[in-house]
Design a binder for this molecule. Sequence first.
Ligand code: 3EB
Length: 338
Amino acid sequence: MSLQHTLHRAPAISLEGGNTLGGMSMGDSKDASAPLAWPQQPLRAPVLPTGAPPVHEQWHAEGPLRQGRDEGIHWRRNAEMLYGVIELNEVDHPPVAEDVSPLQTASRVLYERLFRLLREQGMPHLWRVWNYMADINGESHGLERYRQFNLGRYEAFVGAQRETGGQVPAACAIGVADGPLSVAFLAGASPLLPLENPRQVSAWRYPSQYGPRAPTFSRAALAYPRGREALFVSGTASIVGHATVHPGDVAAQCEETVRNIECLVQEANRAARSDRPFSIAGLSHRAYVRHATDAHTVQRTLQPLLRGASLVCVQADICRADLLVEIESQAIHPLVSP
Ligand code: 3EB
């Protein structure tokens, strides 16, 4: 069966498991004992509670696998999907105009390269994207940095003649202490089925009070590698309509966020093909927590709500200054062939 996901809490990356398409490391991880054949995204964020061991997640896929480096992207693929990691330093992208920030340019260039690779590799469908950047709530050039990122990403989608609403990938966009703009992505030969949350305005329809260009992501997506149905729930926060609710109350934000995820799970089950419904307890969750000191409150609040599901917490910044927590989730179900 294709596409599997594993999670290890260990000091270093595990080289076992075989058929690794790509991975992501969280926390202060030791280098693997051998060079990795697959792209590995370093998420430069401490695992919580403070002092918890690093976490290594991997995507596994059926071979034969091929890998390469093009457009500054380390990628690895099989016949039906491709995982890639690309990192760009803003200092390498000096302003092209007075009102265009280095982060906006780096974001545009990064996505332009990503789309070129997908075209060359015949993997046109972007399923899931993990975006990390330094100082996400900082401001320069008269604009918050997350909004600069949204501008650059949007420009690249338009330039590649891609849809900027509707058929857009599941994603997250998260702030870390420092380091380059870092993007990992999973793309496929087959289209994704995007899902939206009836409790929330689609992010690609956000009004301009949240920035000159709306973020380009869907609230969740179903994707279909051979024999599988994958559900990717995008970064989800305490937002109802398009407004932040419960500012300053991390426990209430956790509860609201889980309500949003529950809602997306319902939407997924309406569209799902597999016999087994998705459930909050069967998903694997990652929580981004703005303040490390909130880790215990977040875990205590989420534990009963997630009903025993896997949860990894990391310290990171959320893309709105009033958001204290964001949760993303995923699950892969087998599809019984008829
Ligand atoms: C929100 O709901 C929270 O810009 O790719 C969540 C997931 C958020 C993805 C992105 C942003 C992104 O608006 C922020």
